[in-house]
Write a protein that binds this ligand. Structure first.
Ligand code: BEZ
Length: 251
């Protein structure tokens, strides 16, 4: 996981975003890791899903651009490395590349796909899930509004990559992949804490456009804008997630 202005802290992530790997199980099922396979977990985070892939008997290598996450994954026994997913340096050595909730941080999708294609053996699988078109739409509007109120053009700071299924299929095919399945999946996601916690975990690229002393007030203003939309009568918050899930093969 990476992105300009985004800092990752493994404890904050575990508290506010433990649902991210937990909800990654369907894409893990789509990967169907086999004993003896060598699999790259691209954007492995704290290694929760890497461990599940390893439990199937595969040999897993994890890469992530966040030092705190690589450190946490290593402490859990994963062969994890610090690497930029837009510039992977592997060569025809993996049976599969897997990625959950990381590709939306990598704006250079062509750089990512060129590196994944190079990393795979011929016939190797690329299976993943990330934010798709329409993901966190209300949240983006609220963040845009609070930046605009402070005279900042939000477009330069909305860094996430959320493509449509058609656009990402075209990119996969342009990089030599045959697409087995690709679809947008709306997935309203109950948050384990609240919207302020979500912003503190994920909205670094937007809030860091502001001076440090103004960020908490801007965050609280965005939370207030979202309250009538994403908070229910019992006080629970649900994030407006839309996932893009796909399975493709390198020809
Ligand atoms: C997501 O997983 O959908 C997501 C993560 C960080 C920022 C925005 C969306």
């Amino acid at each position: 996981m990476n992105g300009p202005g985004q800092q990752w802290d493994a404890d904050t992530y575990g508290r506010h975003a433990g649902f991210v790997p937990a909800l990654g199980r369907p894409v893990l099922a789509l990967l169907a890791p086999q004993a003896g396979e060598r699999i790259l977990d691209l954007g492995c985070g704290d290694g929760t899903l890497s461990l599940e892939i390893a439990a199937a008997g595969a040999r897993v290598v994890g890469v992530d651009s966040a030092p705190a996450m690589v450190e946490r994954a290593r402490r859990r026994g994963i062969d994890a490395h610090l690497a930029d997913g837009e510039h992977l340096a592997f060569d025809a050595e993996f049976d599969a590349v897997f990625s959950n909730a990381a590709l939306h941080w990598m704006r250079d999708a062509d750089g990512v796909l060129a590196g994944v294609a190079r990393a795979l053996k011929p016939g190797g699988r690329f299976v993943g899930e990330f934010g798709g078109h329409g993901n966190v739409a209300a949240t983006k509007v609220a963040l845009s509004a609070v930046l605009q109120r402070r005279g900042i053009d939000p477009r330069a700071h909305l860094v996430w990559y959320f493509p449509t299924a058609e656009a990402y299929r075209r990119k996969l095919e342009a990089h030599g992949f045959a697409v087995d399945t690709i679809a947008l999946i709306p997935r309203p996601t109950p948050l384990p804490t609240d919207m302020a916690g979500w912003f503190d975990t994920f909205a670094g690229p937007m809030l860091s456009a502001l001076p440090t002393g103004e960020r908490a007030a801007a965050r609280d203003e965005a939370v207030a804008l979202l309250e009538p939309v994403l908070r229910d009568d019992e006080g629970r918050w649900t994030a407006d997630y839309v996932r893009l899930r796909f399975a493709a093969r390198r020809s």
